[in-house]
Design a protein around this ligand. Structure first.
Ligand SMILES: [Zn+2]
Length: 323
């Protein structure tokens, strides 16, 4: 794997060098003015484009509708990253491939931002046993695979991510730091308002059980609003649920008295529908915001739109305020 990626990097840089020496052939992308920012997942893209305003150009690496956990960059993605001034990713649990490519990119002007570097990580999975802080004291041999990468679904974490992305913008383009700073402040105020809205609406629900027929996405969100989270499968959306786990979830739904099972976006809802039918409950969609569908992208949907949509679904599914 590593050899393959290094090989791709070598080929790309050979091509870039050849283009550079030939003075950029006709038909190639023209250089664009201003800071160029490439992000991986949708929340980073949405935060970065808000911080950028009209001072920088932000693009998202993931094509619409693509499953993010199994995504690996294609050679053309590597070229996009190496040509950017700023590359923003979520964390090493979400995009483990970033660590592999960092050493291969030799662009002097590229800054790489780990948006989750200020966040306290938690283990994924139903038991959510231990807190985990990234740091030097940390045992190198500790298994990182269990850390939950979905940090953006706790809006206090999202605000920390905004701070870290802002630092990247300011370092890459100090001339426009005033604008970036102001846009980031507005964004953080909106995140605080969103958090308050969630806290208010989810404070009086008939059930605290968030039953999810998908992968372990909403651990941080559930914890923030004192919900008990039961997901069908692990922290990656390609983890296969066992028959035992499916039966356990159906038992949990039946014993909880819940009326709905939540399904996840971008995956076939068939399994969730089958389980919901067996448990005698309805299905509601909850969006993890990893990526957008083509339809949502064409409607220019924002992170806040998705989260308000989720809140309505949660209020219905958890029967809050008599809903
Ligand atoms: Zn996920």
């Amino acid at each position: 794997m590593k050899v393959r990626i290094v090989g791709i990097v070598v080929i790309i840089f050979s091509c870039c060098a050849a283009l550079f020496l030939s003075g950029c052939k006709k038909g190639e992308e023209k250089p664009v003015a201003g800071l160029q920012v490439v992000t991986t997942l949708f929340p980073l893209y949405d935060f970065a484009r808000t911080i950028a305003g009209d001072k920088a150009q932000v693009t998202m690496l993931l094509p619409p509708g693509i499953e993010p956990h199994t995504f690996e960059p294609r050679p053309e993605d590597m070229i996009r990253i190496s040509r950017a001034g700023l590359f923003v990713y979520t964390n090493k649990y979400m995009e483990p491939w970033v660590e592999k490519i960092i050493t291969g990119i030799e662009s002097k002007s590229l800054r790489i931002v780990n948006a989750g570097e200020r966040v306290t990580y938690r283990a994924g999975g139903a038991k959510d046993e231990h807190d985990h802080k990234e740091g030097a004291e940390h045992d190198q041999h500790h298994d990182h695979k269990g850390m939950d990468p979905h940090i953006w679904l706790d809006f206090a974490n999202a605000a920390l991510m905004v701070d870290t992305i802002l630092d990247g913008f300011i370092a890459a383009d100090p001339v426009n730091s005033g604008v970036y700073h102001q846009n980031a402040e507005t964004l953080k105020k909106r995140l605080i308002a969103l958090d308050l809205h969630y806290r208010k609406e989810l404070s009086s629900c008939s059930t605290k059980k968030l039953l999810h027929g998908g992968h372990y996405t909403f651990g941080y969100l559930a914890r923030r609003y004192n919900l008990e989270y039961h997901a069908l499968s692990g922290i990656s959306s390609d983890s296969e649920p066992s028959a035992e786990r499916m039966a356990a979830l159906v038992r949990e739904i039946r014993s909880s008295g819940a009326k709905y099972l939540f399904a996840e976006e971008l995956l076939s809802p068939r399994l969730t529908e089958t389980l919901a039918k067996e448990a005698g409950v309805g299905v509601l969609m909850l969006h993890g915001a990893h990526n957008l569908s083509r339809d949502d992208q064409s409607k220019n949907v924002t992170f806040f739109d998705l989260m308000e949509r989720n809140l309505l679904q949660l209020e219905k599914g958890l029967q809050c305020r008599g809903k």
